[in-house]
Design a protein around this ligand. Structure first.
Ligand code: ATP
Length: 277
């Protein structure tokens, strides 16, 4: 099961992405560079439209870079002209529901590893049950997604992603729109899964509190064209607990992140005004 998870080093080197839409060029990323260590939990924050999803999609292999390269465990996975190969080594969890509605939780979980021949049915089921128990869902395997809350579905999706033992788990605002209690329980489920599987995680969010609570490093992106403006080391101990949210250190980190993002949001606003002028 852990054939990928012991690795997961990502190098983003001078990445650039320019979209051409209706004859107009949009430079989403420019000279964006960062190294992410194996097992590291990084959160990416930044103003709306700064290129966060573009970067995540480039790592996932959904869209090509226009410049630079992305290297995963010494293999170039994205560069201009390179044939992209998205696969189970890089799994994305989105905000919207992605479970098969016509299949039970058990079928949703064990299908891919069995079809790929990586795990037998018994192995997949044992691993699925172990991970479900870790996120407080020991008794849901016979349910259909329609019978579960969004928070439960998102936890099952994270378990499904990790059953594929990805080198990197990519999450694009997966908890957006959840109520505070559900969000908090889902944070702790993700932390538990990260602690027990040890894989690399890249998590996009607008919620700076969430970013600091979960991550080892918070990467703040500039306004478009996006690049990494600042990497904030989150030196809070693990395991994380909700009571840390009110600690002096947490509040200091939050202040640093808010200021960094605010600066970029203002810059985006000003450049938007100039574009309109
Ligand atoms: N397929 C596309 N074609 C043209 N422009 C695009 C395309 N996808 C994204 N863009 C533009 O690229 C820029 C970056 O978009 P992206 O979705 O990566 O930003 P983001 O930081 O994830 O935004 P948000 O926080 O609002 O989700 C935006 O200006 C967006 O309009």
């Amino acid at each position: 099961m852990t054939q990928h998870a012991s690795s997961g080093t990502v190098s983003i080197r001078n990445a650039g992405k320019t979209y051409v839409s209706r004859g107009r060029q949009v430079v989403a990323l420019d000279d964006c560079s960062i190294d992410i260590q194996a097992g590291e939990f990084c959160a990416i924050v930044g103003p709306s439209g700064c290129g966060k999803s573009t970067l995540l999609n480039a790592i996932a292999g959904f869209d090509s870079l226009s410049a630079g390269e992305i290297v995963l465990d010494e293999r170039v996975i994205n560069a201009p002209g390179l044939r992209l190969r998205p696969g189970p080594d890089r799994i994305v969890v989105f905000q919207h529901d992605a479970l098969f509605p016509w299949a039970t939780v058990r079928e949703n979980l064990i299908r891919a590893p069995m079809l790929q021949g990586r795990l037998s049915e018994a192995e997949a089921l044992a691993r699925a049950r172990e991970l479900l128990a870790r996120v407080g869902l020991a008794d849901v395997e016979g349910l259909y997604p329609g019978a579960m809350s969004s928070g439960m579905c998102r936890r099952v999706e994270m378990v499904r992603a990790l059953l594929n033992a990805p080198r990197i788990l990519l999450l694009d605002e997966p908890f957006r729109g959840m109520d505070a209690l559900t969000k908090s329980a889902t944070h702790d489920a993700l932390l538990e899964l990260h602690a027990s599987t040890g894989g690399t995680v890249l998590f996009i969010t607008h919620d700076l509190e969430e970013a600091i609570y979960l991550a080892d490093r918070v990467l703040v992106m500039t306004s478009r064209p996006g690049r990494i403006k600042r990497a904030i080391e989150v030196d809070l101990p693990r395991p994380r607990h909700r009571r840390m949210l009110t600690s002096g250190r947490f509040l200091a980190l939050h202040h640093i992140a808010v200021e960094a993002v605010r600066e970029e949001a203002v810059r985006a606003f000003v450049s938007g005004e100039r574009e309109l002028a």
